[in-house]
Design a protein around this ligand. Structure first.
Ligand SMILES: C[S@@+](CC[C@H](N)C(=O)[O-])C[C@H]1O[C@@H](n2cnc3c(N)ncnc32)[C@H](O)[C@@H]1O
Length: 204
C-alpha cells in the first residue's frame, strides 16, 4: 500500500506548527522570493495548499501553476485556497505519474523527498528533472542532520508517526543533494531554519 497523507490532512498544519512553530512556513516562504514574475511553476506535494496563498501574496497574478498532490484530502483543502488571478491546474496524483505538455521555469519540492526511499527519490527526481526547463530553478526544502542529538530524536519520531498513520516508506533521509549533484545542479542560494534541522536551497 503506498503512503497516504489523507489521514493527517485535517491536523497536519496544526501539528507541524505545534512542533516547529513557523519554521516550516518560513523555510518555504524564503524560497518563494526566487519565483520570477509570469513563471510557469510546478509544486509537487504541496500538502494543504497554504503555499499557494503565500505565493499569491508575492505574485497575485501572472503565474501558471501546476499543483500536484497525491492525497485527495490534502488536495480538497488546497483547492479552497486563494490563488488570486494566477492560473492553477490541480492534479490529484503522484507527481511521477504526471506528464504535462509544458516544461517549467520553476519546480518546488517542499518536504517531498523525506517521504521516500533512495530508490523512489531517484525515480521522482529524474521525472522532475525532465520537467524543468534548462536553466530553470528548483526550490527544495527538507530536513537535514547536522550532528545535533535532538535532530535524530525528532526525525525518528516523525518517521515512526507518519509510518503508523500514513504508511510512508522512508525510515531515513534520502541523499537528495547527491541527486542534484549527479544531474549537474549548482546551489545558488540557501538558508537553514530551526537550528539547522531544516534547509532550503535554490538550485539551478
Ligand atoms: C511531508 S508532507 C509536506 C506537505 C507540505 N509541503 C508542507 O510542507 O506542509 C508531504 C506531502 O507530499 C505528498 N506526496 C507524497 N508523495 C507524493 C507524490 N509522489 N506526488 C505528489 N505528492 C506526494 C503527501 O500527500 C503530502 O501532502
Amino acid at each position: 500500500m503506498p503512503a497516504n497523507y489523507n489521514n493527517s490532512a485535517w491536523f497536519y498544519d496544526r501539528l507541524s506548527r505545534m512542533v516547529y512553530g513557523r519554521a516550516l512556513i518560513n523555510a518555504q516562504v524564503y524560497l518563494l522570493q526566487y519565483v520570477p514574475a509570469n513563471a510557469v511553476v510546478l509544486i509537487a506535494g504541496g500538502g494543504t495548499g497554504w503555499i499557494l496563498e503565500e505565493l499569491t501574496k508575492i505574485h497575485p497574478s501572472g503565474l501558471q501553476i501546476t499543483y500536484v498532490e497525491v492525497a485527495a484530502d490534502m488536495m480538497a483543502l488546497s483547492k479552497k485556497r486563494n490563488t488570486g488571478s494566477n492560473k492553477v491546474t490541480f492534479i490529484n496524483d503522484a507527481v511521477e505519474n504526471v506528464t504535462p505538455d509544458t516544461k517549467f521555469d520553476v519546480v518546488i519540492t517542499p518536504f517531498l523527498f523525506d517521504n521516500f526511499t533512495e530508490q523512489t527519490t531517484e525515480k521522482v527526481f529524474n521525472h522532475l528533472h525532465n520537467l524543468l526547463k534548462p536553466g530553470g530553478l528548483w526550490l527544495n526544502a527538507d530536513f537535514q542532520l547536522t550532528g545535533k542529538w535532538w535532530q535524530n530524536v525528532l526525525l525518528r519520531s516523525m518517521f515512526l508517526f507518519f509510518k503508523i498513520l500514513c504508511n510512508i516508506e522512508a525510515s531515513k533521509l534520502p541523499d537528495v543533494d547527491r541527486q542534484f549533484g549527479v544531474h549537474g545542479y549548482k546551489t545558488i542560494e540557501e538558508r537553514t531554519f530551526f537550528g539547522d534541522f531544516i534547509i532550503s536551497k535554490v538550485y539551478k
